[in-house]
Design a protein around this ligand. Sequence first.
Ligand code: FES
Length: 203
Amino acid sequence: MSVRRLYHDQPAHFVPSGTTTAFADLAVTRYPAGRQASAVLPVLWKIHEQDGWICEPAIRWVAERLSMPYIRVLEVATFYTMFNLAPAGTHFLQVCTTTPCWLRGSDGVVSACREKIGPEGVVRADGKFSWIEVECLGACVNAPTIQLRSDFYEDLDHDKTVALIEALERGENPKPGSAIGRHSSEPLGGATTLKDLSVGGDD
Ligand code: FES
């Protein structure tokens, strides 16, 4: 299990966007009075969407907004690996290297990221990219997998990862999902069971 600490170089302030503030205000109303702490995950996630990472002043902002002890918000932010704790590029690639992805070639995905972006956890000079290794993304059947924002790019290898990064560099919006044309998580070559759509479903 990785040790997750706050980034060593923190901004002085967190500046929420109007969207983030409105989201936090609405999130609080979804829970009974006195239970506003229940909104901690969605509010942190909104901040993550805004900045690409969770900074220490943002944790204080959430604690104040939700009337929570600072340490409780800190615990949540550092526990869940979906919260990036360091500055990220515009395109923040989370590369799964857990066993199924590793067995299916995540080393090649990692090497492509190193070649095209640079060292893990370091924002590229143009500010557009950064990447980190993460634990299982829950898409093992289509390993190896990269998460980018809310999308998964699957069935990758070195060259397909390079192509993905280059498409992003050109400002394109690559189609998420399998890079080898698999539909959902079907086997290569298509479904092998439940192919007769006329069977069942009438009662
Ligand atoms: S091991 Fe990579 S998605 Fe599960």
